[in-house]
Ligand binder design. Structure first.
Ligand SMILES: [Zn+2]
Length: 85
């Protein structure tokens, strides 16, 4: 595979313009799957976490992602509760 050398595959930090964010492989809210879904990167300078491909904020995604898991958990608990009568 031929690849063009790049300084960074990610877009610069939208807050402080740092061109070299660090890839985030694991987070408290999404384990190892969540960060992958949004190409999560973290700026070493201002600690901002954002989408490394688009530069978009991930706070909304985190809210939805965590919310979905909480909802799933509640559904499972409810099903178990009602299944036992
Ligand atoms: Zn930054």
């Amino acid at each position: 595979m031929y690849q063009v050398p790049q300084s960074s595959p990610y877009v610069p930090c939208p807050r402080c313009q740092n061109p070299l964010p660090n890839k985030v492989t694991m987070s408290w809210w999404g384990g190892i799957v969540g960060p992958k879904m949004v190409n999560l990167v973290k700026c070493p300078q201002c600690k901002l976490q954002y989408n490394g491909k688009t530069g978009a904020s991930v706070s909304q995604f985190i809210t939805i992602y965590v919310g979905a898991w909480v909802l799933l958990f509640l559904i499972v608990v409810a099903v178990l509760f009602f299944a036992q009568g």
